[in-house]
Ligand binder design. Sequence first.
Ligand code: ARG
Length: 459
Amino acid sequence: MEKMWAGRFSKELNKEADDFNSSLRFDCRMYKQDITGSLSHAAMLAKQGIISAADCEKISDGLCSILEDIEAGRLSFDADAEDIHMFIESELTKRIGDVGKRLHTARSRNDQVAVDIRLYLRDETEEIITLIKSLLEAILEQAQAHKTDIMPGYTHLQRAQPITFAHHLLAYAMMFIRDIGRLKDAVGRMNYSPLGSCALSGTTYDTDRYYTAEKLGFDGITLNSIDGVSDRDFCVELMSAFALIMTHLSRFSEEIILWSSWEFKFIELDDSFTTGSSIMPQKKNPDMAELVRGKTGRVYGDLFTMLTVLKGTPLAYNKDMQEDKECIFDSIDTLKQCLKVFAPMISTMRVLTNNMHTAAQKGFINATDLADYLTKKGMPFRTAYKTVGQIVAFCIENNLVLETMPIKDYNKYSELFQEDLYDEISLETCVAKRISAGSTGIESVEKQIAYVGTFIQKL
Ligand code: ARG
C-alpha cells in the first residue's frame, strides 16, 4: 500500500522496517478518540472558512460511518496502515474520495496523537476512579460491620497495641481517597488541548483552537505549540499515581495473604476468590492477592519505561514517543484488572473476629496502657515505661499475662497499682479510651466512616 507520505520517496519501505515502525496493533484502541478529535477539527475548519460546509458534512458523515463500522465489527484494522491516524484518514478517503484529503489541513499527526492520548487517558482515569469507588464501598461495608471488633495492631509485624478491624481497614480507605485526589489533579493539569499545535510551530491558517478545545471538553489550550506536541509529563504523572495505587493494593494484598494463613487466621477469603493446589488437597491459596502484589512490579516497570523514553529526546516530536503507548496501556489494563478482583474479594471475605481477639490477648499489647495508668497516677512516663518493661519481663519468665498477674506482684514494682488497673488494661477499655482525634476509639472510627461515606457519595 502506498504511504501517505510517499511523495518524496523513490523506494518502498523495507518490510521489517515497516512492521517495526507501525503502531496500529496497539494504538488502534484509540480509534474513538481519533475520530472524535477529527470531527471537531473538521467542524473548526468549516467554521473558519478553511473548508466548505458541504465538505465538512461529507467528512463528518464519513468519520461517523467509520466509527459505526468499527464498533459493529464490520471494519477491521488494516495491518498495512502505519498507525490509527493514517488508517482512519485513508479509510475516509476510500469512502468519500478526495474530500477526505482535506481533513489534514492545519493539523499534523503530532498534535493529533497528543490529543488522542489525552482524551483516552481522561476516559480511562474516570473508569479507574469508579473502580476505586467500588473498592471504597467494599472497605466501608466491612468497616461498618466490624466497628468494635478488636485485633492486634502491629509495628515491625510485632503485636503492638489493640485496635479495631474497622480502624485498620479505614487506613486503606484514606490512602485510596488520596489516590483519587492524585488522579483528579493529574487530569486537571492534563486537560488542555494541544490540537492546532500542528507539527511543532503552529500554522499559517486562521484556526480557532479554543473552539476545538471546548468541543472536546478541554479546559483550555496548551499555550506553546512545541510543548503541546512534545511533552508526555501527564502520562508520567498518571502512571506514578497508578503505581502508587498498586503500592497500596500490594500492601493490602500482603496483609490479606498473611491474615489468610493458619498462623493468623484472621480472615477467610471466599472460595470464589481463591484457588486449590494441584497436589495438596488441603490448600486454599490467596492467588488473587498474590497476583496483585506481583503485578505491582509490572506497573512500576511501565512507569520507568515512560520516564526513560522521554529522557534525552530533543524537542519537539520524536518517534521515541510512540513508545509511550504500550506501557501506559499496560499499566491501565493491569490496574483495572486488579481493582476489578480486589473489591469483591474484600466484600466477600469472612472476618474471623474471635481469632483476632484471641491474638490480641497475647503479646502484651496493653503494656502502653499500663504505663499510661501509672503516668496518670503521677509517675513520669519514662519511669512508668521502664517499670512496665520490667513487669513484662517478669510475666514472660513466669508465664503470666498482664491481665492475670496478681496485685501483690504488681505492688512489688509500684505502690501506685490498685485493683482498678485490671479494668484499665482490658482490651475493650484500651480501645474505648483512645479518645484522640484519628485514633482507634469508636468516636474517631465513626467519624472516619462518615467521612468515607460522604466522599463516596460526592464522587
Ligand atoms: N504513531 C505515532 C505516535 O504514536 C503518531 C505520530 C507520528 N508522527 C510522526 N511525525 N511520525 O507517536
